[in-house]
Design a protein around this ligand. Sequence first.
Ligand SMILES: [Zn+2]
Length: 109
Amino acid sequence: MIPSDQNKYLKCLEEALYEVEKYLESSEDAAAAVEPDKGLGRLSRMEAMQDQQLVMEMRRRKKRQLAEIKVAISRIEMGTYGKCIFCSRDIAPERLEVAPEVQTCIICS
Ligand SMILES: [Zn+2]
């Protein structure tokens, strides 16, 4: 991969890293357990718990993404970025455009 492309993806990855970290920070409270004595009615308490479930699921996904982004950044540093970790073929640029943290080609994914 040419250096200017690598820089472009590195910038995308750093931005994504920032966004994900910001999300994880801001959603911390929403993911905390719904307190039983919060003074909510029965229905709104159920809603609050459903919301909490959604936030927790989203956080799980974001945490996985965060780990992938970090790996991708270290692969840029090692010079192996953009190659499939299974077959070491180049990953299609269109794929990296959508998700710069992907580490597998379309065939191996
Ligand atoms: Zn592959």
